[in-house]
Write a protein that binds this ligand. Structure first.
Ligand SMILES: Nc1ncnc2c1ncn2[C@@H]1O[C@H](COP(=O)(O)OP(=O)(O)OP(=O)(O)O)[C@@H](O)[C@H]1O
Ligand SMILES: [Mg+2]
Length: 248
């Protein structure tokens, strides 16, 4: 499904959920209907970021079991009416079988312009479930060798599974930290090690992190959100150049 994208990484804690949230917000503010599906069983956090954790009752496993009608398990973001969430199963044993996930997502995808599935860390069962229905993948990595190795593993698993279109997002980039840490000489080496074509560099942005913690709409002009805006524009097919990295 071409309007379904999995956001994945390999290594955990690199910013998948933050990017999924930001991207959903930017596209919905452009008038698109966007559904986020939280694939992170037990520790899903998108419900918190979208400000709906207090009144969440059902999740994706309730739709699969027939306990809830699909529409009852979809919640509207507290601060953006075009952004919706299908929450993660609350227990690990409720991870959705990939075939069922495919069927379910194909039904949901008819009602939204974009569907983003936030994958959990790793390339195990939850990853398979999260990526089964996706026509595209955004692989998130921070610019360090462990994370980039994780991105490459996710890339190889996705390629082996049938090769949906894959793009790399380098998150939490800071030009001074990149220089000082000295893991890589330049961004091209990061891209080569990941083995995936770059689509965006998102800078380290405390304002974006703080908005996700406080479940509020992030400032649109924050550096992270501006980078996610450029990412969204590229996904919409526009040519948007990467700004000079020294600005990050
Ligand atoms: N661009 C950014 N600038 C600053 N902090 C960030 C940025 N992106 C993510 N973070 C912070 O990094 C941490 C991990 O982010 P997040 O939860 O989005 O990662 P994840 O890949 O979804 O993690 P997990 O693998 O556990 O699901 C959070 O504290 C988040 O606020
Ligand atoms: Mg996450």
């Amino acid at each position: 499904m071409n309007n379904v994208t999995v956001v994945t990484s390999g290594k955990g804690g690199v910013g998948k959920s933050t990017v999924t949230f930001g991207l959903g917000l930017v596209l919905s503010k452009l008038g698109k209907r966007v559904l986020l599906i939280d694939g992170d069983a037990e520790i899903g956090c998108l419900d918190h970021m979208l400000g709906i954790s207090e009144h969440k009752v059902f999740d994706i496993s309730d739709v699969v079991s027939g306990t809830a009608e699909p529409s009852k398990a979809v919640y509207t973001c507290a601060f953006e009416p075009n952004l919706f969430l299908l929450p993660a199963p609350s227990a690990e044993e409720d991870i959705i079988n990939p075939e069922i996930m495919k069927q379910l997502v194909s039904i949901f995808a008819r009602f939204y312009d974009y569907v983003f599935i936030d994958s959990p860390a790793g390339v195990g069962r939850s990853f398979e479930s999260a990526s089964a229905a996706a026509g595209k993948a955004l692989i998130v990595a921070t610019p360090d060798p462990v994370s980039v190795h994780g991105a490459n593993r996710a890339h190889k698993r996705l390629s082996a599974a049938g090769g949906c279109q894959q793009r790399l997002i380098i998150n939490r980039f800071s030009s001074s930290a990149f220089r000082n840490e000295g893991y890589y000489g330049d961004l091209d080496s990061v891209i080569d090690d990941a083995g995936v074509r770059l689509i965006a560099v998102v800078p380290e942005d405390p304002a974006l992190a703080s908005a996700t913690v406080n479940a509020v709409c992030p400032a649109q002009r924050s550096p992270g959100m501006l980078a996610i805006e450029r990412l969204a524009a590229r996904l919409l097919g526009r040519q948007v150049p990467l700004p000079p990295l020294r600005n990050f």
